[in-house]
Design a protein around this ligand. Structure first.
Ligand SMILES: Nc1ncnc2c1ncn2[C@@H]1O[C@H](COP(=O)(O)OP(=O)(O)OP(=O)(O)O)[C@@H](O)[C@H]1O
Ligand SMILES: [Mg+2]
Length: 500
């Protein structure tokens, strides 16, 4: 056989994990017939995942065996019960180490009692496997076995024996354990794959969970950290988004808002497959402009989703009414959806998944984030936020979505906007809203300060929210102090919406 000859061994069958999102990370499931190590501190969800793995097998008609070396059968049943599962379709075996079994004379024998116990335990495990003939096995947990082994060598030898024993039976095994390597280096190298679960407690905000695949032989797995949650119903994993995997063909065309003057300012509208930052002080109308684009999508029969961090549905409905947008009708028709996001409960990976679904399953063509301040506040100290946000925006761009990011200034006058992320760099278009003053009256101004890849007006236009619609005026050219944040209109004769 030459080196270039195709391999004749069929790829191993994949064993579905039963954990939503996990199969996607490990290329369809665990390769069958091997030992896998599920490592994590206490309370990271190892037992839960173990049960999900066996229940998935049972659903597919495979026999599953749960061997508990530490907790009682009742403890396992309680975990299952908390998730609403019945263990009726599984075999649960309690093999708790018990020194009581050893007779006093045995304790005096030349054998180290713990060593005998290790041998006994290991044999007991093999016996129940032979008895039940399972295709899937969970051993909870390895830590107990390690405690029995007097040396790392004996421990490793037991695991090697298991490896062979289970491989002969084409049985796929999950070994659960905490601090696996501290007590026995080399265990990871024995396993066919290692999943590492961890918990992060930020200085502020809710605890977050994430996992990564440390290794998975013969598998192209997704590297990096993936967020996961444990909720009633089990563990759910949110695979890290890799934008380039989601390229889609779409027409490179301009998406108008339908408000003629606004579209003129933008050089026709916003381009599909680009993101736009709407920024300015509080009350300048950022959300209204975003809403206008979402409504434009709904009006022409396309889908739009607004992720609202601050405002509830009725604030948005009131705003829409003031702008003459029949938001309620669009919502009723299923073309526009308002997704209220609670920042306190936000898990970035889960949020990214929600956005992905909106685009891939609901065909949302306009997506609004109102506001990015809300998103940033929800994830304080999240160093990866900028990277993940970049990935999310790239994904939306590849999907041909018109993305609008609302970013509020700190003050009313818009002196500065300080954030951990330079969003004007991330966005393709930046629309700046300002207050300006003329003849003792506060007005609003809108200008486009950047538009990647196409032309736009360099002017400032007046702009007014309500009472009946969103109105953009004619270009205004005579300003002073535009960059101070509070420009003054010095034109004598003005094409203002409400003349001086
Ligand atoms: N019904 C539920 N809803 C939400 N979260 C739950 C539910 N049941 C369990 N949890 C979470 O799962 C965690 C425990 O999961 P599990 O018992 O699978 O962890 P473990 O890694 O096996 O822990 P240990 O090391 O103690 O065996 C709990 O800390 C709890 O936060
Ligand atoms: Mg457990």
């Amino acid at each position: 056989m030459t080196a270039s000859a195709p391999s004749t061994t069929a790829p191993p069958r994949r064993v579905a994990t039963g954990v939503e999102g996990l199969d996607d990370i490990i290329d369809g499931g665990f390769p069958q017939g091997h030992l896998y190590l599920l490592e994590g501190e206490t309370g990271t969800g190892k037992t839960t995942i173990g049960l999900q793995f066996l229940l998935e097998g049972a659903r597919r008609g495979e026999r599953g065996l749960f061997i508990t070396l530490s907790s009682s059968r009742q403890d396992i049943e309680e975990v299952a019960h908390s998730h609403g599962w019945s263990l009726a379709s599984l075999a649960v075996c309690e093999l708790l180490p018990s020194l009581a079994k050893l007779q006093p004379e045995e304790q005096d024998s030349i054998f180290h009692p713990a060593e005998m116990e290790l041998e006994d335990q290991s044999q007991a495990v093999r016996d129940v496997v032979v008895q039940h003939q399972p295709q899937r096995v969970v051993i909870d947990s390895l830590s107990e076995l390690r405690l029995l082994a007097t040396t790392p060598f004996l421990y490793r030898r037991q695991l090697l024996a298991w490896q062979q024993f289970f491989a002969e039976r084409q049985c796929t095994v999950l070994l659960l354990g905490e601090h696996v390597t501290e007590s026995a280096p080399g265990v990871r190298s024995l396993a066919h794959g290692v999943l590492y679960l961890e918990r992060i407690n930020p200085d502020y905000g809710a605890m977050r969970r994430r996992l990564h695949v440390m290794k998975m032989r013969a598998t192209a797995f997704r590297t990096g950290y993936h967020d996961y949650t444990i909720r009633r119903g089990g563990v759910v994993v949110y695979p890290r988004l890799v934008a380039v995997e989601h390229r889609r063909d779409f027409a490179l065309e301009v998406f108008p808002s339908g408000i003629a003057q606004l579209d003129a300012l933008l050089g026709g509208g916003l381009d599909r497959g680009t993101s736009t930052l709407l920024t300015g002080p509080a009350g300048t109308g950022k959300s209204s402009i975003a809403l206008a684009f979402a409504a434009a999508a709904a009006q022409r029969g396309e889908g739009a989703v607004i992720y609202s961090f601050e405002e509830g549905q009725h604030t948005l409905l009131a705003r829409a009414a003031a702008l003459g947008i029949p938001l309620q009708d669009y919502i009723a028709a299923g073309r526009l959806r308002i997704d209220h996001v609670d920042p306190a409960e936000l898990l970035l990976g889960e949020f990214v998944q929600r956005v992905r679904r909106a685009v891939e399953e609901e065909q949302a063509r306009v997506v609004v984030f109102d506001s990015v301040n809300g998103l940033m506040q929800a994830l304080p100290g999240e160093q990866l936020l900028s990277v993940q946000l970049h990935e999310l925006l790239a994904f939306l761009n590849y999907q041909g979505v018109v993305t609008l990011l609302v970013l509020g200034y700190v003050g009313i006058l818009g002196e500065s906007v300080q954030g951990p992320i330079n969003l004007s760099y991330l966005a393709d278009t930046v629309v700046l809203l300002r207050y300006f003053e003329t003849a003792g009256r506060i007005r609003r101004a809108i200008s486009v300060v950047k538009k990647r890849g196409s032309a736009h007006e360099q002017t400032i236009r007046e702009f007014q929210v309500g009472p009946e619609r969103l109105e953009v005026g004619e270009p205004l050219t005579v300003f002073s102090g535009v960059l101070t944040g509070v420009p003054t209109y010095t034109g004598a004769e003005a094409p203002l919406i409400i003349p001086k």
